[in-house]
Ligand binder design. Structure first.
Ligand SMILES: [Zn+2]
Length: 479
């Protein structure tokens, strides 16, 4: 309830606040959500691109794919507050020191005038900045997004460009390599090869810092083709020899029980809830789940081994322990674990299902009443229209809230809150109605959105995402 009040203070209506608060409470059951979404979201993206009516000014004009604009004032506010919600969403580069940081860095907040903000670590490095040794940008959770660029980026993080060419990756995601370059440039500000290089360097940096593995093994595990190539790039980018970083960070003693790495997340993170979830779904032959850990055997691309995941209760990270036999597939392993434990989810942007016990009711009273009314558990397979009708029969739930909940909480891919002011403004931009007063009405937006069926939900996410960060908070004229 406190959360609802806090959200209300942020100029949101009470209903909106309840919707968001309940969404933020519902992190734990979303573990398998992304896998289900993987294909449709590529599909939806393409639908979004293909069906735009406004002809783009040239080939580079797909506005649905536009990168979110970083608004310096909002970013700086997040840095000042060390706001964990923005961890991994952007990076702060400090001109006076040449270093870039996560928004959660515990170092003294730099002056606003010396800060530049980047959406990716690769972009900061491309501009000549080095990663901070204190907040360690390599730990930042990824900024989970519903778009093709993110899906491609995730493949690159998993090592797609370590063993295959850009052309092969392009074929895999159904684009030409030129389109692939363009999409990544739009979203991350750098070329695919830059993304891959930064990813390898940051993984190597983490391994140097947290393990006592020999440097040669680290270079190959991080995805470099040769030790010399690794040493050169590391020295050029970070102005350090790999061994220097190691000494500075006093790496812990090698563990005979395998390799241990930190995997950061954005709080809140319901670890007991997640273990419950895996406990109820474990395959006895491969996984053991107890009160504090998740362990399983692994077979990845022909490499077999084991892993264990724990949370020691302190700090916003899980501890991953794995057998050295899995080092050759490390980038893929890390991606899979991040995905399984939903580490890149952002409470502000979460999609989730509500097939959960009533535990959620403990924290948000308003939401509990709502849930008890039976409004949030539509029978499996119930169609969107019936669910919307059911939601709207509840007091205080209008069309916007119903669609918003159907989209963000119940994962109906075709839910579309056309009453949303930000969506209206975003479409206004696409239609080049530069006067805000002339933004399309809910009806016009609804009509325009018909072409995005049955994936209007993804179009909504893409539209929200096309707007500057400061305007991304949902807003509504509830009817
Ligand atoms: Zn820092």
């Amino acid at each position: 309830m406190r959360k609802v009040r806090r959200l209300c203070r942020r100029h949101l209506t009470f209903t909106t606040a309840v919707a968001i608060a309940c969404i933020q409470q519902q992190r734990l059951a979303h573990i398998d959500v992304r896998k289900q979404l993987a294909l449709p979201h590529l599909q939806a993206y393409k639908v979004g691109m293909d069906t735009q009516t406004t002809p783009p000014p040239d080939d580079d004009g797909d506005l649905l794919a536009a990168t979110p604009t970083l608004d310096a004032a909002s970013c700086y506010r997040a840095v000042t507050a060390r706001d964990t919600r923005f961890d991994g969403v952007f990076f702060t580069a400090v001109k006076t020191t040449g270093i870039y940081c996560r928004p959660v860095c515990s170092a003294k907040t730099p002056a606003a005038s010396s800060c530049t903000f980047f959406t990716s670590a690769a972009q900061a490095e491309n501009a000549g900045f080095r990663p901070c040794l204190r907040c360690r940008p390599e730990l930042a959770p990824y900024a989970l997004q519903q778009n093709l660029a993110y899906a491609v980026w995730q493949k690159i993080c998993a090592g797609a460009l370590n063993h295959a060419s850009l052309d092969e990756l392009a074929v895999e995601v159904g684009l030409s390599s030129r389109q692939l370059r363009r999409v990544l440039l739009q979203h991350f500000g750098v070329a695919p090869v830059e993304l891959a290089q930064t990813q390898r360097l940051l993984l190597a940096k983490q391994l140097l810092t947290e393990t006592t593995l020999p440097v040669t093994e680290i270079a190959f595990a991080a995805g470099f083709g040769s030790l010399r190539r690794f040493n050169d790039l590391f020295q050029t980018r970070y102005k350090l020899a790999p061994s220097q970083l190691r000494v500075r960070q006093r790496a812990p003693k090698a563990d005979a029980q395998g390799i241990t790495l930190k995997l950061a997340f954005r709080p809140p993170f319901n670890w007991p809830g997640m273990l419950d979830y895996f406990f109820s779904r474990r395959l006895h032959s491969v996984a053991v789940v107890d009160q504090s850990s998740y362990r399983r055997s692994v077979l990845l691309n022909g490499h077999s081994g084991w892993l264990a995941v724990q949370h020691d209760g302190k700090g916003n990270f899980l501890t991953l322990q794995f057998s050295t036999s899995l080092l050759p597939v490390l980038p893929l392993l890390l991606t899979r674990v991040r995905e399984q434990f939903d580490l890149d989810a952002n409470p502000e942007l979460i999609r989730h299902d509500l097939h959960l016990p009533g535990r959620r009711a403990e924290t948000v009273i308003a939401f509990a009443r709502f849930a008890q009314a039976g409004g949030l558990q539509p029978p499996a397979g119930q169609d969107l229209a019936s669910t919307l009708a059911q939601l709207q029969s509840l007091p205080g739930i209008g069309a916007w809230s119903a669609n918003y909940i159907a989209l963000r909480a119940l994962r109906y891919p075709d839910a579309f809150p056309s009453g949303d002011l930000v969506l209206q403004k975003a479409l206004g931009r696409i239609l080049q109605m530069d006067d805000e007063e002339k933004r399309p009405s809910a009806k016009q937006l609804e009509k325009h959105a018909q072409r995005w069926q049955p994936w209007r939900g993804y179009a909504a996410l893409a539209l929200w995402h096309s707007m500057p960060l400061i305007q991304q908070a949902p807003g509504t004229e509830e009817t």
